[in-house]
Design a protein around this ligand. Structure first.
Ligand code: ACM
Length: 267
């Protein structure tokens, strides 16, 4: 299976231009699965809820979903992208998986970062896995990486690959995702954006360095922090099915959940 990411610099509010740009980049490669950044077509620094609501779209009814689905159906490449999802009375920061069989899945970001808490609803989908070409996939969005419980849950459900659309502004996630790969013996795809946004009285620089990690922690492909990139790599997803470090060492079987109860208690 050939998997990869698209890293680019979405221009705030230019949804149509950003979709065209991403499609051009995606058309330049052959892949089974491509992951795009969080909020890939709208930009990130919304002034307020009114501005966010104006750029959010319902899924699957919205134009963005229809355009991405057209690309998916035309090429047979599955796409996972981030988007503000309009629902009655609010907006979620969502990741959308669009599959060539016409199916789609929506994950709503569980852990909202900083000002996102003023704008978005906290996700209500929880974590889940779905199948694509016989391989189990899961999704998180950006800051969810900080919570190892998130990817652990998805991995325990059988995920072999975790897609991670992101708008990262800190330098830690790429290193953490290597550890997430090793401790769960899974592949991860972090698709981050690049560029700078000056809006809402703030300035954010997005840190790029999108990457694909393997169950042994190898970084299979990695982009620069300031350049557009479409990168893919051929993987054997079955490598993620084997959770044994040694004959008597199985990283899932060896867990002692009774010792970790504090993790699932609210402080
Ligand atoms: C982030 O969660 N967008 C940092």
């Amino acid at each position: 299976m050939k998997i990869g990411f698209v890293q680019f610099d979405p221009q705030f509010g230019d949804v149509e231009g950003n979709i065209q740009k991403a499609v051009r980049l995606m058309e330049s490669v052959d892949a089974d699965l491509l992951v795009l950044p969080e909020l890939a077509f709208t930009g990130y620094l919304f002034e307020d809820r009114t501005e966010l609501e104006a750029l959010a779209e319902p899924i699957p009814k919205g134009r963005t979903f229809r355009e991405i689905r057209k690309f998916v159906m035309d090429t047979g490449t599955a796409v996972i992208y981030g988007a503000p999802e309009e629902v009655k009375g609010g907006v979620y920061n969502s990741a959308v998986a669009v599959l060539p069989d016409g199916g789609f899945f929506i994950y709503r970001k569980s852990h909202l970062f900083d000002r996102e808490k003023l704008l978005f609803r906290p996700g209500d989908t929880g974590f889940f896995v779905f199948e694509f070409r016989g391989v189990k996939l899961g999704m998180i969005v950006c800051y969810d990486w900080v919570f190892p419980e998130a990817i652990r849950s998805i991995a325990l459900m059988g995920a072999q690959i975790v897609a991670h659309p992101a708008n990262l502004v800190l330098p830690y996630a790429q290193r953490a995702m290597v550890v997430r790969s090793i401790e769960n013996h899974i592949f991860t795809i972090t698709a981050n954006r690049i560029g700078v946004e000056h809006r809402a009285g703030l300035q954010l620089r997005f840190t790029g360095k999108s990457q694909v990690t393997a169950p042994n922690g190898d970084v299979l492909v990695s982009a620069f922090d300031d350049a557009e990139a479409v990168m893919t790599v051929e993987i054997n997803p079955d490598e993620a099915l084997d959770k044994k470090f040694t004959e008597l060492t199985d990283i899932f079987e060896d867990r002692r959940p009774e010792l970790y109860q504090i993790i699932v208690r609210k402080p």
